[in-house]
Design a protein around this ligand. Sequence first.
Ligand SMILES: Nc1ncnc2c1ncn2[C@@H]1O[C@H](COP(=O)(O)OP(=O)(O)O)[C@@H](O)[C@H]1O
Ligand SMILES: [Mg+2]
Length: 249
Amino acid sequence: MATIIAVANKKGGSGKTTTTTNLAGAFVARGYRTLMVDADGSQASAFSWRRTGESSGCSYEVLGLQSTNVRNFLTAALAVDPYDVVLIDCPPRDPGEKDGEVLRNAVLVSNAVLIPVMPSGHDLRALIGFLQWLLAIRENTKPDLDILAFINNRDARTNSAKGARSQLVLNLVGLPIRVLESEVVHREDIRRTGDAGLTVFELAPESKGAVEYTSLREEILKWLAATSERAAAVLTSAQTSASSANVQF
Ligand SMILES: Nc1ncnc2c1ncn2[C@@H]1O[C@H](COP(=O)(O)OP(=O)(O)O)[C@@H](O)[C@H]1O
Ligand SMILES: [Mg+2]
């Protein structure tokens, strides 16, 4: 069964496409069969990144979402190719909006939502409304949905790593959202991946950017494993109480 991650943030320019493409590169580097799904109809999305990469020999698979029914689309795609990981490049919407259907459906089929957050006051304020909607989905429909946020595109000259992360943690205090330790700094090598249609693993495999995406991948895998262990434990205890119920009656 594929692990599905929706890369989402209401705000355009927060790094959804950059995260999707480079994290896909990190999963491929670990030997995972990885699919990117472009659920954003706009120009600067994973699909256009892929097309740019055709001339540079990038071979990563990106499928453009053909309908708003993400579940059917993925079921069909996974029946053809059994991918290990699917990353969905989501549109910059408020899912509560009328045209937020694709985002809503993407979240509903995903194991985790990964939110790249730029460390600015404006971005942090915009995040809260988005999170409230996600948390409502989690509470009402998908209690095992992992919501993971991480700092992306921090300007290392003006903003310290510790400061940016603690500011994000402070903004999310009391909410069941994990703020990852891994961060991706603003780097020229990463910015260039968009123009080149390549991932940082091809463009600059020894770079700090490649190390950051590797560490992001590992931390995501760690949390996903913890969540599925918890789900398995809940299932086992439900089965145990069902079988002791059988004995009793
Ligand atoms: N870590 C980073 N380092 C350098 N540039 C980045 C980084 N993250 C994003 N960018 C740049 O910021 C811009 C917006 O990123 P993008 O991934 O297109 O955002 P979104 O998909 O959320 O609209 C792009 O020009 C991209 O190259
Ligand atoms: Mg984008």
